[in-house]
Design a binder for this molecule. Structure first.
Ligand code: F6P
Length: 319
């Protein structure tokens, strides 16, 4: 392994820079040339590639976003795009690749692996929607942002005696809503994995109000329903004024939490070790606080389990 390429792809996630730093520094420490590919697979096709040096990753461990920039590339998903990418890798003599991203990015990594390029994936997405790993890099930072927002909204919810719906990201995964809802003490959590009953939510709001609870916080995972429609329904059924906050891209930015930086650093180091051991087609993850690696295909075929027990616990503790 003489030259490693690295790219960040899909939605950015806090901690991507920390992982990049780890790959670059671990590579250079071991006498490997590391090349940064800009704008994900799109930049790979176009050949937007530069040498990474020790100073090029200085001062980034604490920065959100990705200094390599990112993109969602449709062109790369075509046979023509893949062939272009393979040509570019050949031109730059890149003989191993590290891909930082979520499941879409891992599909791209798999295509390159199948075409003979040793490729390692590092799970970076705020959604925590990959089944094979307990956590993805960026998830805890996003949850922290949401919990902070919940605490602030709780203040105003209490002052006005209102209900507040807070919509969070997650694509098809309810983990951000679940973890932030539990940590923020939300009264109700609506996620795609569980059926919800609007009457139960209304009942909880009214029972809470009747015993002196001033706030009512409802965390809604994106895509499950229109928050403004849900707010109207709650208002109509309970008479409690209900407001909506859509947190949106706020959740994708910000300085990564300690745990995201640690996982990112450990996985970045391990990615280089795997390539040095001639391993290919692997993705890294975290299981019971240990870094693991497994076959990309196997990882992508696993089905994510939702933590129903945690969901029920959050409901009981917010009575
Ligand atoms: O995958 C991360 C994520 O932020 C999801 O939570 C969200 O559904 C999606 O990306 C938004 O994507 P885009 O950046 O393309 O708007």
């Amino acid at each position: 392994m003489k030259t490693i390429g690295i790219l960040t792809s899909g939605g950015d996630a806090p901690g991507m820079n920390a992982a990049l730093r780890a790959v670059v520094r671990m590579g250079i420490f071991n006498g490997i040339r590391v090349m940064g590919i800009k704008q994900g697979f799109e930049g790979l096709i176009e050949g937007y590639i530069d040498d990474m040096t020790l100073p090029s990753v200085a001062d980034i461990i604490h920065r959100g976003g990705t200094i390599l920039k990112t993109a969602r590339s449709e062109a790369f998903m075509t046979e023509e795009g893949l062939n272009k990418a393979l040509n570019v890798l050949d031109v730059f003599n890149i003989d191993g690749l590290v891909v930082l991203g979520g499941d879409g990015s891992f599909k791209g990594a798999k295509s390159l692996s199948n075409a003979g390029i040793p490729t390692i994936g590092i799970p970076c997405t705020i959604d925590n929607d990959l089944a094979y790993t307990d956590y993805t890099i960026g998830f805890f930072t996003a949850v922290e942002t949401v919990v902070e927002a919940i605490s602030k909204i709780r203040d105003t919810s209490s002052s006005h005696g209102r209900a507040n719906i807070i919509e969070v990201m997650g694509r098809h995964c309810g983990d951000i809503a679940l973890y932030a809802g539990l940590a923020g003490g939300a009264e109700s959590i609506i996620v795609p994995e569980m059926d919800y009953n609007i009457d139960k939510i209304c009942e909880k709001a009214m029972v809470g109000r009747n015993r002196g609870k001033l706030h009512n916080l409802i965390i809604l995972a994106e895509g499950v329903g229109d928050p403004f429609e849900i707010a109207k329904t709650i208002e109509a059924k309970t008479g409690i004024e209900t407001r909506v906050t859509v947190l949106g891209y706020l959740q994708r930015g910000g300085t990564p939490t300690t745990i995201d930086r640690i996982y990112a650093s450990l996985m970045g180091k391990r990615a280089v070790e795997l390539l040095m051991d001639n391993k290919s087609n692997r993705v890294l993850g975290i299981k019971c606080n240990k870094i693991i690696d497994l076959d990309i295909e196997e990882a992508l075929n696993m089905e994510k389990a939702f933590d129903v027990d945690m969901y029920k616990t959050a409901d009981i503790l917010s009575l």
